[in-house]
Design a protein around this ligand. Structure first.
Ligand SMILES: [Zn+2]
Ligand SMILES: [Zn+2]
Length: 367
């Protein structure tokens, strides 16, 4: 697949470069407004989402791997404060870091060492929808500074594609363990000179063995450094099977793309240990009986493949005092998670008002 020819779908009316429009859920021309539905026919023309072989990719030298292709101007800048690298395709390069608000952004030389995303999940939640979600969220945050509200509802709201890795693998595992079966015996004992009986639980241990076959499909590992990890966990899952589209510059043009900094090797190690953990608990669930011990798992992983994908988030970042805060929304489901400082001004007035009220109440009662 030649990168230069992928994703060239100019506007049929004026020939302009199309962009993904979240509100209309289709490609749109930013110059003349023409809407061009994403047709499944394009996917049928060989632009399917493909899985890549992990073993051969890891054996490749990083410099052999292709950069973000697809034609078009592309620039990368790195933030000197939070280290996030933003990629801009055919777009204006931001003067401030999208992730922490720092103005210390410098050009980043890409050296062609980045793996092209195979696919992406286009934005489903539009900026209008996410502003409503944030407005409601802000309304329930007492003592949040007005600056947060201002930041959330103005143009500091940014649509960002975050880098993720997904891994597939077939596992076959043999396991052995000791399965424990509970049984009860009646024991008699003497208490204060009285004869009594009680039920006592015992465990009978028996050897057990079995085997497991399982397919891991799209095990996700985030490659972002720009977004705070605790927020990422809170905004929920990104569906990676149904709505994934083959990567094409139309989808990212006008949006910001974060370049991954957890590389394929590091991500594959993380995924491997996560799969091992899951394999172990799947085997553990097969052990019969009431309890178990000495579980040994011998697992083989075959057909390991990966994809580099982009997923959509809406991000508000702002600084308050010396700290940087983020509000993050899942660009597919709208699920929101946010950090916020407490406004000491608002707290001061709230406490003062409570004290005045108390004085008045006690003053009245005291008469
Ligand atoms: Zn046009
Ligand atoms: Zn930054």
């Amino acid at each position: 697949m030649d990168n230069a020819t992928v994703g060239k779908h100019p506007c049929p009316e004026c020939g302009g470069d199309l962009q993904w429009n979240a509100a209309k859920q289709s490609l749109a021309c930013p110059y003349c407004g023409t809407i061009v539905p994403w047709s499944p026919a394009q996917e049928a023309l060989g632009e399917q989402v493909v899985e890549l072989d992990l073993v051969s990719a890891l054996a490749q030298h990083p410099s052999d791997q292709r950069g973000y292709g697809g034609g078009g101007e592309r620039r990368e800048v790195q933030c000197q404060s939070c280290k996030a690298i933003s990629v801009f395709v055919d777009g204006k390069v931001a003067q401030r870091c999208e992730f922490c608000g720092s103005p210390a952004v410098i050009d980043h030389e890409s050296l062609g060492d980045a793996i092209t995303p195979q696919s992406l999940l286009p934005f489903k939640i539009s900026d209008g929808q996410v502003r409503d979600i944030i407005r409601k969220w802000y309304g329930t945050r007492w003592f949040a500074p007005n600056r947060l509200k201002h930041a959330a509802l103005t143009d500091t709201l940014k649509g960002v594609y975050l880098p993720y890795w997904t891994f597939d693998a077939h596992v076959s595992a043999d396991w052995t363990a000791e399965a424990g079966h509970y049984y009860y015996e009646t024991e008699s004992y003497t208490e204060n000179g009285q004869h009594k009986t009680r039920q006592v639980r015992h465990t009978r241990w028996e050897p057990a063995a079995g085997s497991l076959r399982h397919f891991f499909d799209d095990d996700l590992v985030p490659g972002t450094v720009g977004v705070h990890a605790n927020l990422l966990e809170q905004i929920g899952q990104f569906p990676t099977t149904s709505d994934l589209k083959p990567y094409s510059p139309e989808f990212v043009r006008g949006w910001i793309v974060e370049r991954y900094q957890v590389d394929l090797r590091a991500a594959s190690v993380l995924s491997e240990s996560s799969m091992q953990e899951q394999t172990r608990s799947l085997c553990s669930a097969q052990v019969p009986g009431d309890t178990q011990r000495n579980l040994e798992v011998d697992a083989t992983y075959r057909g390991r493949t990966f994809k580099h994908i982009l997923v959509p988030v809406w991000l508000v970042s702002y600084t308050y005092g010396s700290r940087s805060f983020q509000v993050l929304a899942n660009g597919y489901t709208g699920q929101l998670a946010g950090e916020r400082p407490y406004s000491w001004v608002k707290i001061f007035f709230a406490v003062a008002a409570a004290l005045i009220a108390a004085v008045v109440v006690f003053g009245v009662l005291g008469r």
